[in-house]
Design a binder for this molecule. Structure first.
Ligand code: FAD
Length: 507
């Protein structure tokens, strides 16, 4: 292996997450980031339970939880100004539902604060992160990839991951075409500022829609006394500091000291790379596709790209999997990207059913899936799965859809107050059986050893077995990323399992 077998272009959140997951699998990477320092703008806020599961897996849940915004309350308000928000009535109490995932979203997770957790975690796991260095050229041959940096250095690696955002230079240099309408809708300006609104008003919602005719927008809580006002700008006017300060003061509607930090103009972009793999190079995150914002799917989808790719690259680099496994990255994630893009666009065109949890019929009529289904209930259908079942039984009910079918994520169940079925995997292949599944577990140890694989096994009870479609003697083969590769109710058979593992590892 090279010192850095993987070079990652781009040290945004998805690039850092790729380095984090690779490091977790024992693969050191080199991250080259064009910016001189991390971005200080809190763009994405909504981190899904599925994304939090990734952080749980690599042991940084507590640090991530610590940056969740806690100063505001988890309710949404609509008012002419912040001062006019009705704070009198009962407000819905947040419910942290941990029935379909061991993790629950506990508020906003501003992207810049998330990066501040990821960066040291990445370095602790053996990655090198260089700021102020852009990737400018890529050449690949049969044995590796040569990556040219803006300062003229050339890095040789086994693989390159392009995590360099919506205007990906890696994607362009590779000549990967894109499909999609591109920029849609009006420009939004995100004004970042400090103000003690909680101190002044006593309580604040995490999100407020402001209807004042001179400053219509959405106010979002992004930290202790830190706020973002999203203002739509149909005319794409120039937002001077004075104009931003005026908008913020109008939206607040009371005399509260305000400190402006920055204003980020932004336009929704819908575009997808036609190939997520090009030889030894892979695209993840916004470099692979950009999604319209309603639904908060952009970063979550990028994190899932990184999670899907990292274990596959690690397995190939560790000699445990074949190159064909890497094709399944495109097969799986491109299809999910198309699906999520469609779901986000449906919300963009018709937001109401997205915001209203009980609008099940409206969502169904519009072809819209429930939000947790979009981030956790989708299924893969690829050459690395055995008899996948791509159709979901419900587009709303996650518990019903995570039913043990190959291609779906292993359902979460609590085995003890702190241990989820997902924790059994420990980022390895796992054979999980019903109470009479010892023959499969023994077969798994023999076959995995002969393939140089480190496999986990566990025997669970009858109720669990029937909930995932198994008889007491049946077994699931679960991949390191938590997706089910195979389900069997046949008698244990080493030769069958060997063939299945060959498919699941692209041999
Ligand atoms: C206002 C706003 C709100 C959003 N809200 C949400 C939300 O709530 N939930 C959600 O899931 N998503 C949300 N998103 C989307 C989310 O921010 C993006 O999907 C996410 O930032 C993508 O991360 P990334 O690392 O792929 O790309 P980026 O964040 O764009 O990072 C790419 C990095 O690559 C670097 N780079 C570029 N070119 C090169 C080069 N040639 N060499 C080296 N480095 C390079 C850039 O400097 C940058 O740091 C939001 C986006 C915006 C703008």
């Amino acid at each position: 292996m090279n010192d850095h077998p993987v070079v990652i272009a781009g040290g945004g959140t998805v690039g850092l997450a790729t380095a984090l997951f690779l490091g977790h699998h024992g693969v050191p990477s080199l991250v080259l980031e064009r910016r001189a320092e991390p971005s200080n703008h809190p763009r994405a806020l909504g981190i899904s339970p599925r994304s939090l599961e990734f952080f749980r897996e690599v042991g940084i849940s507590e640090d991530v939880d610590a940056v969740a915004v806690r100063s505001t309350e988890l309710w949404r308000a609509t008012a002419r100004t912040v001062a006019e928000i009705d704070r009198s009535g009962d407000r819905p109490r947040p419910r942290f539902d941990r029935t379909t995932s061991p993790e629950a979203t506990r508020g906003h997770y501003p992207q810049d604060l998330l990066d501040s957790v990821l960066l040291p975690a990445v370095r602790e796991r053996g990655a090198t992160v260089e700021f102020g260095t852009a990737v400018t050229g890529v050449e690949q041959d049969g044995t590796g990839v040569s990556v040219t940096a803006s300062d003229g250095r050339v890095f040789r690696a086994d693989y390159l991951v392009g995590a360099d955002g919506a205007r990906s230079a890696v994607r362009d240099v590779l000549g990967v075409s894109t499909t999609g309408p591109g920029e849609i809708g009006d420009t939004t300006v995100n004004i970042l500022f400090y103000a003690d609104l909680v101190g002044h008003f006593g309580s604040m919602p995490v999100m407020a829609q402001i209807d004042h005719p001179d400053a219509p927008g959405i106010l979002l809580s992004v930290g202790e006394g830190r706020w973002v006002l999203h203002v739509v700008s149909p005319t794409n006017e120039n937002f001077s500091d004075e104009r931003c300060a005026h908008l913020v003061r109008t939206a607040i509607g009371a005399d509260v000291p305000v400190e402006l930090v920055s204003a980020l103009p932004w336009r929704a972009n819908v575009r997808m790379a036609d190939e997520f793999r090009s030889g030894r190079a892979f695209l993840v995150g916004d470099a692979a596709r950009t999604i319209s914002p309603l639904g908060a799917f952009g970063l979550n989808t990028g994190l899932a790209d990184a999670h899907n790719l990292a274990w596959k690259l690690a397995a190939v680099l560790h000699g445990q999997a074949g190159d064909r496994l890497l094709d399944s990255y495109h097969e799986e994630r491109h299809a999910v990207a198309e699906f999520v893009t469609r779901q986000a666009l449906l919300r963009w065109e018709n937001p109401e059913p997205h915001w209203n949890p009980s609008a099940v019929a409206e969502r169904a009529a519009a072809g819209m899936w429930g939000t947790t289904m979009v981030t956790m209930g989708y299924r893969y259908d690829s050459s690395a799965l055995i008899d996948p079942v791509p159709e979901v039984p419900s587009t709303e009910d996650v518990a019903a859809s995570l039913d043990g079918a190959p291609g779906s994520r292993l359902p979460h169940q609590w085995l003890s107050p702190d241990t989820s079925t997902l924790d059994l995997l420990e980022s390895r292949f796992a054979v999980l059986t019903g109470p009479d599944g010892d023959p499969w577990r023994e077969a798994a140890q023999r076959v995995a050893a002969s393939r140089g694989l480190d496999v986990r096994t566990a025997r669970l009870d009858s109720d669990w077995a029937s909930s995932v479609g198994l008889t007491d003697g049946g077994a699931l083969l679960v991949r390191p990323d938590g997706f089910i590769a195979w389900r069997t109710n046949q008698d244990a058979d080493d030769a069958v399992l060997d063939k299945v593992l060959a498919t699941a590892t692209g041999r």
